[in-house]
Design a binder for this molecule. Sequence first.
Ligand code: IDP
Ligand code: MG
Length: 135
Amino acid sequence: MEQTLAIIKPDAVERQLVGVILSEIEMNRFAIRAIRTLRLSAEQAARFYREHLGKPFYESLLAYISSGPVFPMVLEREGAVEEWRRLMGPTDPAKAGPLTLRHRFAIDIQRNSVHGADSPATAVREIDFFFGEGA
Ligand code: IDP
Ligand code: MG
C-alpha cells in the first residue's frame, strides 16, 4: 500500500481547522499511520523547501511555514501520492475545484493550508524528514 507525506500548514492550525481536515482525510479512505506536531526552525524550513531556493516567494515561504505549529503525517491508501494531491487541489486555491481542501480552506497561494509530496520518491524523502531516524 502506498504512503505519502501530508502537512497541515500553519494557516490551517491557526484557524483551528486540524479536526475538519483530519475528518476529510479519513472520509477519503486514507489511513493516518503517523502524525506529530512541531514548529519548524528556520534551518528545518530551509532544508524542507530547498528545491524552491532562488524563487521570488522563497523567503516569504520560509517565514510562513515556520510561523506556527504544523502537523506532518504519513497517509496510506492505494495511490496515496496522487489521491492526496487530488484532494488538496492545485497550489493556487483560485484554480482549485470546489470539493478540494485548498478551495475550501486556503487563504491564498502561499497560505494554502496543506502540503503533499509531489511524487513517490519525494514522499519517501519527506517521510524520512519528519519520521525517520534523527528527525
Ligand atoms: P505545492 O505545495 O502545491 O507542491 P510548490 O510549487 O511545491 O506547491 O510550492 C510550495 C509552497 O510554496 C506552496 O504550497 C505555497 O505555500 C508556496 N508557493 C508556491 N508558489 C507560490 C507563489 O507563487 N507565491 C507564494 N507562495 C507560493
Ligand atoms: Mg511541492
